[in-house]
Design a protein around this ligand. Structure first.
Ligand code: PLP
Length: 456
């Protein structure tokens, strides 16, 4: 029995979900028809199968988007807290990125030439200013940044395995689909066509447990710990005081590289958690938001590691050695990164985004407190997420145990039906530079109404 059951009448919840589903079907006929008519040759009826995760039986179809607003093909405008699950943390189509992309693609011409552009040096220097590590290379996705960072880590250490935290998510990285259970590690449920059992490639432990990390690293077969400094893909799980220091001390003691995946934790500030919390990773990976929604990712590493990999005669990083991609570092992505980092996701912009997220969090907390709902909300800079347990989870396993599919569906539908988009995989809200205090307040009011109907 989940903690939420203590406060929620399941029959009432089922009735409310039925009502909200009916309202959804009635309110979005063009999307409903587009989904029904258009999907004969699309796997699962959508351009990418995750898009089936939206509640209500069909996704809204996107017509237009600007800043913190999305408009569907029925003409409804939404306050967007999903922001493309972080892909649009800079806001939708920010003007500076529009201009840079138009100039590169239309005025100057050429997205993919296999030649460097001068923007790349600026972007790399800016990433170093923010995330500290010295040398950068570009990818098209955060997944690829992680894949290539892992390959480099194995090459550099001569060790075969990586270590991750239970219920982490780092993209479709084969090694990371593993969870820790009392009976030992096991592949994550639903792992599609795994090339090899991840128990052979990966060590896994719960977050916030230094002894478990010490135990897993003591086998001397781990090349790198790949981690989000705070878990963000199983609710938000913050590190306890001293935990990240222990991670760094243990990785150093065991000769293991530390890779910070800042793809989501970038919400903590202009240099992600790495800068906000003074962390010292050996490598940093990032993607999603850094090019204003144009596909781009990056991995960075220390000067010492870079020298070693460049000097390694057995590491082919220039041709078919397993790192790199034809369109990675292309001129369009790079100019979009320059515009996004230089003009949109600036240090000042983060102050505003974090301010709105703080207001959002306080609003939700006031609703939970006044209704005595046994749920919790956790903020990580410009991002906040509620979870159906009374105390913030300490581990991925605890957070997973607090999942509640019915409550998720009810709250997501309730919000969409009233003009608010939340991230479908989460109860997560992310702020972009265009998000406003009024947006946060609109969410608080709608959340309060949803809670009151639930509690009767
Ligand atoms: C922390 C983290 N890293 C990497 C990724 C992979 O990003 P992408 O799917 O854009 O490759 C994700 C995606 O959700 C993520 O949350």
């Amino acid at each position: 029995m989940t903690a939420s059951l203590a406060a929620v009448d399941r029959d009432r919840l089922a009735a409310l979900i039925g009502r909200e589903r009916a309202a959804y079907r009635a309110s979005f006929p063009a999307s409903r028809d587009a989904f029904a008519d258009g999907g004969n040759h699309l796997l699962g009826g959508v351009p990418m199968t995750w898009m089936r995760m939206w509640p209500g039986g069909f996704p809204l179809f996107h017509a237009a988007a600007s800043g913190a607003r999305v408009t569907d093909i029925d003409g409804h405008e939404f306050i967007d807290f999903c922001l493309g699950d972080t892909g649009a943390m800079a806001g939708h189509s920010p003007v500076a990125v529009q201009a840079a992309v138009a100039r590169r693609y239309a005025d100057l011409g050429g997205a993919a030439t296999m030649l460097p552009t001068q923007d790349a040096a600026w972007v790399a220097a800016e990433l170093t200013r923010r995330f500290k590590v010295a040398l950068w290379s570009f990818t098209l996705t955060a997944t690829d940044a992680n894949r290539w960072a892992i390959r480099l880590a194995r090459q550099l250490t001569g060790r075969p395995k990586i270590a991750v935290f239970s219920y982490c998510y780092h993209g479709s990285v084969d090694e990371a689909f593993i969870v820790a259970t009392p009976e030992g590690p096991r592949p994550r449920a639903g792992n599609v066509g795994a090339p090899v059992d991840p128990c052979e490639t990966t060590r896994v432990m719960e977050f916030n447990d230094p002894a478990a990390l010490d135990r897993e690293l003591s086998h001397s077969d781990v090349a790198a710990v790949l981690m989000e400094p705070a878990l963000t893909n199983i609710g938000i799980v913050l590190p306890e005081a001293g935990y990240l220091d222990a991670v760094r001390e243990l990785t150093r003691r065991h000769g293991v590289l530390l890779i910070n995946d800042e793809t989501h934790t970038f919400s903590a500030g202009p240099g992600g958690c790495t800068a906000a919390w003074g962390l010292e990773p050996d490598m940093v990976t990032i993607g999603k938001s850094i090019a204003g929604g144009i596909p781009a990712g990056a991995y960075g590493l220390s000067a010492e590691l870079a020298d070693r990999i460049l000097a390694d005669p057995t590491a082919d990083i220039e041709d078919t050695g397993g790192v790199g991609g034809t369109l990675a570092g292309n001129a369009l992505s790079v100019t979009a990164m320059r515009a996004t980092l230089g003009e949109v996701l600036t240090d000042e912009a983060f102050d505003g985004m974090i301010g709105v997220a703080t207001r959002f969090t306080a609003g939700v907390r006031s609703v939970l407190d006044s209704r005595r709902l046994p749920w919790t909300i956790t903020q990580l800079g410009a991002r906040a997420e509620y979870r159906f347990c009374p105390d913030p989870p300490r581990t991925g396993g605890q957070s997973e145990a607090a999942a509640d599919g019915e409550l998720d569906e009810y709250l997501h539908l309730y919000m969409i039906n009233r003009g608010i988009l939340m991230t479908p995989f989460h109860n997560m809200a992310l702020m972009c530079p265009a998000s406003t205090a009024a947006d946060a307040d609109a969410h608080t009011a709608t959340f309060a109404a949803a809670a009151d109907e639930l509690l009767g």
